[in-house]
Design a protein around this ligand. Structure first.
Ligand SMILES: [Mn+2]
Length: 273
């Protein structure tokens, strides 16, 4: 069954970004539950930003699942990535994501590697080769860590303006043979895909076996339905591949967080119920 989720951003240093609810964990969860969302996706400053017992109580209270946890704060707040040329920084990136994997795994939720992949395609050929090698090493280590914790690891292709690394679903087909771990799945973010894929629905059909999570946002990263993405063939493709994970609203809180959440759940029901 395809499940709905909505993002909650809890990083005080950030005041804008593609997240629906902000600042207040319980209020966001209360609103998500009232609208009928199945789960929440969290973007926090670190793995210890939320007391796991408190989160467990709130998930129980509001009957919500934890869909996924973002790790991008490692880059945004500290400048750490898995492909930094400096081995000390790579180590910090791995440690940060590793802690986030453990936190999410307490609730059966995977961690997402998006911006923490860095931008390893830039620069000379040697830099690219090293970056790619570091990327694979990081995914191997973290993929196996996630496996020990009983969850999979998500890696997300981002559009060309956010990384020169992993940009398309099909690229995973190319680099997966270089990975030792088989515990990595791909996050299909409809906003990034709208920029990079030739055809969103076809990419989902072709690489559906890798997809473990979906980010639900329109072509302009507003809530679905407020841009020009054609959801009909995309929803049909997700059903055809038997996708049964979360479709999670990682979109701008436009026109307001409450309206963005309402718009999202309306669209979710239109396409997936
Ligand atoms: Mn995303």
């Amino acid at each position: 069954m395809i499940r709905s989720a909505v993002t909650i951003a809890l990083v005080p240093q950030l005041t804008s970004g593609p997240w629906i609810f902000w600042e207040d964990l319980e209020l966001g969860m209360k609103k998500a539950a009232a609208l009928g969302f199945d789960g929440i996706e969290l973007f926090t400053a670190s793995a210890d930003a939320i007391d796991p017992d408190h989160l467990a109580e709130l998930l129980e209270k509001y009957q919500l699942q934890l869909a996924a946890v973002g790790t991008g704060a490692g880059k945004v707040l500290h400048g750490w990535t898995l492909t930094d040329p400096d081995p000390e920084i790579r180590k910090k990136a791995i440690s940060f994501i590793s802690d986030m994997i453990s936190f999410g795994a307490k609730f059966g939720a995977p961690a997402i590697i998006g911006s923490m992949q860095g931008s390893f395609g830039l620069g000379t050929g040697a830099r690219l080769a090293h970056g790619f090698q570091h990327f694979c090493e990081g995914l191997d280590q973290l993929g196996e860590k996630a496996k020990q914790e009983g969850v999979f690891l998500l890696v997300e292709p981002l559009n060309r303006y956010e990384t020169s690394g992993f940009n398309y679903l099909f690229a995973f087909d190319n680099f997966q043979p270089f990975l030792k771990t088989r515990n990595v799945k791909v996050l299909a973010d409809l906003f990034h895909m709208n920029i990079e894929e030739d055809n969103l629905a076809q990419a989902i059909l072709d690489y559906g076996k890798y997809i473990g999570h979906v980010h639900f946002a329109d072509s302009n990263r507003k809530p679905m339905g407020l841009g020009h993405t054609d959801m009909k063939p995309i929803a049909a493709a997700l059903k055809e591949i038997g996708y049964d994970g979360f479709v999670s609203a990682e979109a701008f809180p436009i026109p307001s967080p409450d309206e963005a959440a309402e718009q999202t759940i309306r669209e979710f029901r239109k396409w997936f119920k």
